[in-house]
Design a protein around this ligand. Structure first.
Ligand code: ZN
Length: 442
């Protein structure tokens, strides 16, 4: 059997993930992500829809798959691991180049469809919804399995490719959360079973691989938020967090009721991700919260809430300081809000990219200038740290490892950890760059 691991995007960077796995004449593409920060940096804003594909390749906003021409006909499946933009954001742009069906869990599918809708395109590929923890036969010898895993978005999956010589496991992104607030805890027995049956290769994220601790459960974030929110003394409270983090939004609704406030979600992406979760019956926020995602409504809604602010908990977009987000527009006086007697809570981290850091700093300065009070970093990460990575290695015992989804520093940290398990760089653990391919004759 000839196995080829092809690094297309997301190697030596965080963003625009795409990997291809070729088993003889069957190729499976995993993820087609967008590099959102690159689009923002080039002044293109988040609207990728009007940018020609040639330009998207040039600014490295989408994975450069042009070197795959020789194996394009062997692509039999496009598999999407979860609904974060750096994994699903380029599907409607790149998938039409391949004559292959797209497989994803229902939540990922909903987000994918709404991205295509926003772009005004119809994805021509056959689209197949896969329930979490089920498998599909791709060819005579190859099967793909979606294994539910905890991360920071609903229905994330580890992708397991079954080949005649063992499993290839794709673990981007994940953390081991034993107290998840949406979905089940990880199925450790299943992972151990894969390890016993034989894992040939592991393709693994390294976003937080240099942090020597265990990734914290989302339940910790809930208590952090509850703790912080119940000690706020201002009449106005605004929380901003990742719109796709449905478990976090659910916690915020529950905390709002504890504090005798009505939760109100404002922002285009808030509406979009909540709707995706409601469409598949995962949550029902509409009955318990006010949700506004049409910019025309914002001035009226905010004007009304500002007058009775002690009755509401506002949850808005803008955690990275994104220009045009609700919080950014409030701070720029483009939307009505008096920041005096207001606390703004950032329930997120700043994604380390120069443009985000600059945007966030400007936003914070504006809020402070207007008399607002800020509380930052009320957040736990959705990514595996050293202890999670060690656990995964102990369970899967892969023969080969391909670290991805991180800078050289992060991937080097992963390798250092893997050396404890006797892996050796160049022998059984490989550092690929975007555009590189590794063939293993087995
Ligand atoms: Zn992710």
């Amino acid at each position: 059997m000839e196995l080829e691991i092809i690094a297309i995007g997301g190697y030596d960077e965080i963003g625009a993930n795409m990997t291809a796995v070729r088993v003889d004449n069957t190729t499976i593409i995993i993820d087609m992500g967008l590099h959102v920060d690159k689009i923002v940096s080039f002044g293109e804003r988040e609207n990728v829809n009007n940018i020609p594909i040639q330009r998207l390749y040039e600014i490295e906003a989408v994975p450069d798959d042009r070197f795959l021409a020789d194996i394009r006909d062997t692509v039999k499946a496009i598999v999407i691991s979860h609904a974060h933009l750096d994994h699903v954001g380029a599907v409607h742009i790149l998938a039409p180049k391949y004559n292959a069906p797209i497989y994803a869990t229902p939540y990922t599918m909903e987000v994918m469809k709404s991205l295509a809708e926003d772009a005004g395109v119809v994805i021509p590929n056959t689209i197949k919804k896969i329930s979490p923890n089920s498998k599909i036969k791709i060819s005579r010898d190859v099967e793909v399995e979606f294994i539910s895993i905890t991360h920071s978005i609903p229905q994330a999956a580890l992708i397991n490719i079954k080949t005649p010589k063992g499993y290839i496991v794709y673990a981007c992104d994940y953390k081991f959360d034993n107290f998840p607030l949406l979905g089940k805890r990880p199925d450790y027995n299943k992972l151990k079973q894969l390890g016993e049956e034989g894992v040939l290769a592991l393709i693994v994220e390294t976003t937080r691989a240099e942090e020597e601790s265990k990734s914290q459960s989302e339940i910790i974030a809930k208590y952090m938020l509850y703790d912080v929110l119940s000690s706020v003394e201002t009449s106005g409270i605004i929380v901003t967090t990742f719109a796709s983090h449905i478990a976090r939004l659910k916690s915020l609704i529950e905390i709002a009721y504890e504090l005798d406030r009505k939760p109100v979600f404002i922002g285009r992406s808030m509406g979009k991700y909540i709707k995706a979760a409601e469409n598949i019956g995962l949550v029902n926020f509409e009955n318990v919260a006010e949700i506004y995602s049409n910019a025309r409504d914002y001035p009226r809604v905010l004007g009304r809430i500002d007058r009775e602010r002690e009755k509401y908990l506002l949850i808005v977009t803008g955690h990275q300081g994104e220009p045009g987000s609700v919080l950014d527009r409030m701070a720029k006086d483009q939307l009505p809000w008096d920041f005096k007697d207001t606390t703004v809570i950032f329930a997120n981290n700043v994604i380390p990219y120069p443009i985000n850091e600059a945007n966030r700093k400007l936003l914070e300065e504006r809020i402070k200038r207007k008399g607002g009070h800020i509380i930052k970093d009320v957040h736990v990460s959705g990514h595996a740290k050293v202890e999670d990575h060690r656990m995964l290695l102990r369970m899967l015992k892969p023969e080969y490892i391909f670290p991805t989804h991180g800078s050289m520093v992060k991937r080097a940290a992963y390798i250092e950890m893997a050396e404890d398990f006797n892996y050796q760089l160049g022998e059984d653990i490989f550092l690929l760059q975007n555009g590189q391919r590794k063939i293993l004759d087995l």
